[in-house]
Design a protein around this ligand. Structure first.
Ligand code: UDP
Ligand code: MG
Length: 341
């Protein structure tokens, strides 16, 4: 098991201790990516901090400012000034939610880690339930929404289609209706942090790592302020990224298509030869010729496009650029102290 370094076992141990006992209380890390969420920052902490205080655990909130162009960063730094356990990671530009989340996960120190959205669509009131299951010994507790509120019909239809295709093409199974809202044990996050891939389809990565997983249902609320940042095109892109990151089927399917087409072509050749030998040549055939050429040309272009997509991905990985760039951090000085302990 490559994931269990010496430090990991120790980090997992406090789980069984009742809060307040032992050297240090188990610590909960919340990770929240922020992109132009200025109007939500204060409302979020107003609801989140009291909930965290009631848990009887040590806690920290790692806020990642994903290159917001509004006053999100100022609000976050102000929140950090009022409550030092709210920590801020500022990225150098907008890297997108998946990478912002990765950046946040790398800055956590807790024994249990929960990624959440900034728009309060993930109710903090669910945290005690998540932690209860974790204390029972589960490594991953997925919060599964039993209703999709505030999503358009097209969005829901698209999501269903995506899950169907993904399940059929990839070897990992995505839990339905599960977002990034989940509790993960330290050892799971350590594995995720060590995954170097750039195409970070977090839903797939979370499922791929395995471990003892369970789920609990919750009601997803509406966004409190602002607008959802996912346009339909962005969502399509994410779906395609997810598919190609977790399946090579789009690459392989063309050899099957090629074999079928060759087989049909072979039968057709035999028929034409026999016809020509038995009945002589009849000139027409222009249409079948054109149809065949266009059909095969189309298939070849699609194939090339898909190979190109994977090749581009390989190119991106090979360049080995960092996943994200941190411009500054606020509140991570005491983290070093706690890491040395
Ligand atoms: N987000 C981000 N970077 C982006 C887009 C979104 O960090 O480029 C954050 C956003 O601030 C929010 C979370 O990701 O905290 C989820 O975004 P949103 O509510 O727009 O998406 P949805 O709820 O539809 O998944
Ligand atoms: Mg949202």
């Amino acid at each position: 098991d490559p994931s269990s370094g010496a430090g990991l076992k120790e980090a997992a141990a406090p789980r069984t201790l009742p809060p307040g006992q032992g050297a240090g209380r188990p610590c909960l890390s919340i990770v929240i990516p922020f992109y132009n969420e200025g109007e939500n920052v204060d409302a979020l902490f107003e609801r989140l901090t009291p909930t965290l205080d009631r848990l009887g655990m040590a806690w920290e909130v790692v806020c990642v400012n994903d290159g917001s162009r509004d006053n999100t960063l100022d609000r976050l730094i102000a929140a950090h000034g009022r409550e030092p356990r709210i920590k801020v990671v500022e990225l150098s530009r907008n890297f997108g939610k998946e990478l912002a989340l990765s950046a946040g996960l790398r800055h956590t120190t807790g024994d249990a880690i929960v990624p959440m959205d900034a728009d309060l669509q993930h109710p903090p009131e669910l945290l005690p339930d998540l932690i209860a299951r974790w204390r029972e010994g589960f490594d991953v507790v997925v919060a599964v929404r039993h209703a999709r509120i505030g999503q358009s019909f097209r969005h829901r239809l698209f999501a269903r289609a995506f899950y169907w295709v993904f399940d059929n093409l990839s070897e990992v199974r995505l839990p339905r209706e599960a977002g990034d809202f989940r509790l993960m044990d330290r050892k799971v996050v350590d594995v995720i942090n060590r995954m170097p891939e750039r195409t970070r389809f977090m839903k797939g990565i979370f499922a791929w790592v395995g471990f003892r997983q369970t789920s609990i249902p919750y009601l997803q609320g509406e966004r409190v302020g602002g607008e959802a940042k996912w346009g339909f095109v962005k969502l399509l892109r994410l779906a395609f990224d997810g598919l190609t990151a977790f399946s090579t089927f789009p690459l392989r399917v063309w050899s099957i298509v090629g074999m079928v087409v060759s087989g049909v072509a072979f039968v057709y050749i035999v028929i034409r030869l026999l016809r020509t030998l038995l009945f002589g040549i009849d000139v027409p055939g222009y249409e079948s010729l054109l149809v065949t050429i266009l059909f095969l040309g189309g298939i070849q272009l699609i194939t090339l496009g898909i190979i190109g997509d994977y090749l581009g991905r390989v190119f991106n990985e090979v360049k080995g650029r960092p996943l994200f760039i941190v411009r500054s951090v606020h509140g991570f000085d005491d983290q070093k102290v706690s890491a040395e302990r």
